[in-house]
Design a protein around this ligand. Structure first.
Ligand SMILES: [Zn+2]
Length: 466
């Protein structure tokens, strides 16, 4: 390894540790160990991570089109701050053209960043410690030069992310935090250029190396202290608010799916918990990104008896948007029931990719899928039973779509043993739906309908077992 590559690797490690330390300083432990979920290792296996086998790997592969970390840590005495306040991102600007594009953010304080370029789809991921994005609504929806659009938000507790959709694969020429400027602010700058064929080849090499590292056994996620047996305990209902953090979901004229579904989830949690008949588990309670795999893991760890995924649909066609409205309840089917269901499933399954996660799916998954399939058959009957009750309860309360019972290959419904439905509460693209869905009164009505359906469903389920 060349001296400069070695230095780059060390810097990278320093940047990763700096991020981890901020979260775990209170525990006095190494950052990685306190990072929850399958996320802990993700940063480490990026094409830009330091190679484990050292000299065998050509250093070229690490450098282009990968990352240049910048460890611009605050220069305060070590351990002086107790609860660090979040750095604020105050402005964003895109400049340049399709040969060289710069995306710059004004940041109130220095932050450590890590950037990497990905292909298929082409995008750039910038990871940083949790920051507060104080940017105007609509920021990033269109950009310029090599960047078609960008998103930003919380990717998990303590970590924020910026995802740039790019025109073709790009090379990161520079990713740095500079400052302080005369304004007292710092500037996060990312310079991009189109990737050359050599860049892409080097990138593929690094990717392959990263994959072999990723294939090493990962310690199993410990169960969360929930008793294994189902007998004699209250049914567990998992309420899954879709999207969150960096993934906004569908965007209406004023409202955003991720906020509406979290509000509804909170109503449902309140109503169901008040009955004292169910143990309610939320997959998220804040505006944070949760991967589809993590949602499934939470459901499995809690031995869910029913999984309810909440969403709010949107149609791209202006014509249809005016006339199509109302709730739809989806169940799992590998073959979509119709074209709309297929497109909905594709859209909902793509959220991990949009948030910058690598595509998953190994041989291991396939074996698991076969085992799960056996369990699913029983669940499928229960899922349909729940939907029947739910539609009966929704109809007198809110608008229901013309064909409200559909099915499709939704990843989040691939549960290992729990009946599951995905509820599209209404259409963000329809003005009436959007206005109503944002009101607490409407959300309360939906929660009442869901709770009544849960009651009816478990009543028949337990009666059937006698
Ligand atoms: Zn959704």
């Amino acid at each position: 390894m060349t001296a400069s590559a070695h230095r780059a690797a060390r810097l990278m490690l320093a940047a990763a540790i700096a991020v981890g330390l901020a979260a775990s300083a209170a525990h006095g432990q190494a950052g990685r160990e306190t990072t929850p979920g399958p996320w802990g290792g993700t940063l480490e296996v990026s094409p830009a991570s330091p190679p484990r086998t050292g000299p065998a790997r050509p250093p070229r592969g690490r450098e282009a089109p990968g990352a240049r970390p910048t460890a611009a840590a605050p220069r305060s005495p070590a351990g002086a701050q107790a609860a660090p306040t979040l750095a604020t991102v105050l402005a964003a600007e895109v400049s340049g053209d399709d040969r060289r594009t710069r995306l710059a953010f004004d940041v109130a304080a220095p932050v450590a960043i890590e950037a990497r370029s990905l292909a298929d789809p082409s995008r750039v991921i910038v990871d940083l410690p949790e920051v507060e994005f104080r940017l105007p609504t609509g920021t990033g929806q269109s950009a310029g030069g090599l960047i078609s659009r960008y998103r930003f938000g919380l990717i998990e507790a303590g970590r924020s992310r910026i995802v740039l959709d790019t025109m073709g694969t790009v090379r990161i020429v520079r990713a740095e935090v500079v400052g302080p400027l005369s304004t007292g602010r710092f500037r996060l700058e990312i310079d991009l250029a189109p990737a050359t064929a050599a860049d892409v080849a080097a990138w593929q090499l690094a990717e392959a190396a990263a994959r072999s590292v990723a294939a090493e056994p990962v310690p199993a996620t410990p169960a969360m202290g929930i008793p294994q047996g189902r007998a004699g305990r209250r049914p567990v209902v998992v309420v899954d608010a879709g999207h969150g953090g960096i993934d906004p979901g569908a965007e209406g004229a004023a409202a955003i799916e991720k906020h509406i579904v979290l509000d509804v989830a909170r109503h449902v949690e309140r109503v169901l918990s008040a009955t004292r008949r169910y143990e309610v588990v939320m997959t998220r309670t804040t505006d944070v990104f949760v991967s589809l795999d993590e949602r499934l893991r939470i459901s499995q760890a809690h031995h869910a008896d029913l999984f309810l995924s909440l969403h709010a649909d949107s149609l791209p066609s202006k014509e249809l948007a005016r006339s199509v409205r109302g709730a739809t309840v989806y169940t799992l089917a590998e073959q979509a029931s119709d074209d709309l269901a297929r497109r909905m499933a594709e859209k909902e399954n793509a959220v991990d990719l949009l948030a910058g996660l690598p595509l998953t799916g190994s041989g291991d998954d396939q074996v698991r899928a076969i085992l799960i399939d056996l369990l699913r058959r029983e669940s499928a009957t229960y899922s349909q039973d729940f939907r029947r009750h739910l539609l009966a309860e929704l109809r007198p309360r809110i608008a229901v779509a013309r064909e409200p019972a559909r099915s499709g290959p939704f990843k989040v419904l691939r549960q290992a043993g729990s009946p599951a439905v995905l509820i599209e509460l209404g259409y963000m693209s329809n003005a009436d739906d959007e206005r109503l869905m944002a009101t607490s009164a409407w959300q309360g009505k939906v929660a009442q309908a869901i709770a009544a359906a849960v009651d009816a469903h478990f009543h028949t389920r337990t009666a059937g077992k006698r």
